[in-house]
Write a new protein. Structure first.
Length: 228
C-alpha cells in the first residue's frame, strides 16, 4: 500500500509541475523564448474556451507577425503532432477541435490548447500562434525596394579589430549573422535595429537599411555595432 501511495503522490507531483508551465511567470513557459518580440499582458485575456490566452502586444509590424507565425509552423512541418495541433487551432467550432485532439490522444492541461500531453511528450503552444496581438508596431516593413550594395563595418569586443562586410540589401539577416558568427567565433546571436529584433528570413532591404547605425547584440550580451 505504501508503494501505491508513493506512486500516486509521484504522479500528482508530476502533473502539478506540468500545470505550472501555464503560468506566464514560470521560466519554463514557452512564451519566454519569444519575449523579445512579444509582451504578455497579465490579468487580461483574449479568446474563448480552449483558445483563451493572455492578451499580448508585439514590437513587430503586422507583416512581420505573419512571417514569424509562418516561420514557427514551418519549423514543425515534419511533425504530424504539431500539424494536428495546427489543424485543431484552425477550427472555429470548438467541438471539432476537441475531436481532432482526442482522436490523436492529446490531453489538454487545464482545458487549454496552450499545453498538451501525448505519450509522455509535452507540447507548449506559444500564445502568438493562438490569438492575435492587441497591438502591433507601426514601424515600416518594406516589401518593394531597389537592390543596392552596402558596406558594413562591424565592431565587437569579441573581435581584434573592426572589419568590413560588402553585401547587398537583398542579403538575409541569417546570412549576415553567419558572417558575424564566423568572425566572432560564436554559435548564435540576435540582431537588433532601433530596439527591433531582425528576423532571420527577412532581407536587409525589408528594414530600409541603407545608412545609419545598426546594433547587433550577441546572446552573451556583447554589443556589435555596424556602421553602414
Amino acid at each position: 500500500m505504501g508503494v501505491c501511495s508513493n506512486k500516486s503522490q509521484y504522479m500528482i507531483s508530476k502533473e502539478e509541475l506540468i500545470i505550472q508551465l501555464l503560468d506566464i511567470n514560470n521560466p519554463g513557459n514557452v512564451n519566454h523564448r519569444y519575449a523579445n518580440n512579444f509582451t504578455l499582458i497579465p490579468n487580461k485575456y483574449i479568446g474563448t474556451g480552449i483558445k483563451q490566452t493572455n492578451q499580448y502586444s508585439t514590437n513587430l509590424s503586422r507583416i512581420e507577425w505573419d512571417l514569424i507565425q509562418n516561420q514557427f509552423w514551418n519549423s514543425h512541418k515534419d511533425s504530424s503532432e504539431w500539424q494536428l495541433i495546427r489543424k485543431a487551432l484552425s477550427q472555429e467550432d470548438e467541438s471539432l477541435a476537441f475531436q481532432i485532439l482526442s482522436q490523436a490522444n492529446f490531453k489538454l492541461i487545464r482545458n487549454s490548447i496552450q499545453l498538451l500531453v501525448k505519450d509522455k511528450q509535452i507540447y507548449q503552444v506559444p500564445i502568438f500562434v493562438i490569438n492575435e496581438p492587441t497591438f502591433c508596431s507601426n514601424q515600416n516593413f518594406e516589401l518593394n525596394f531597389e537592390t543596392s550594395i552596402l558596406k558594413v563595418r562591424v565592431r565587437s569586443s569579441k573581435l581584434p579589430q573592426d572589419f568590413e562586410i560588402s553585401t547587398q540589401n537583398t542579403s538575409t539577416i541569417q546570412e549576415i549573422k553567419q558572417i558575424i558568427l564566423q568572425v566572432a567565433n560564436e554559435k548564435t546571436c540576435r540582431l537588433f535595429l532601433n530596439g527591433r529584433e531582425l528576423i532571420d528570413q527577412n532581407q536587409l532591404g525589408n528594414y530600409s537599411i541603407s545608412s545609419g547605425t545598426v546594433l547587433f547584440k550577441l546572446l552573451q550580451y556583447q554589443v556589435i555595432q555596424a556602421f553602414l
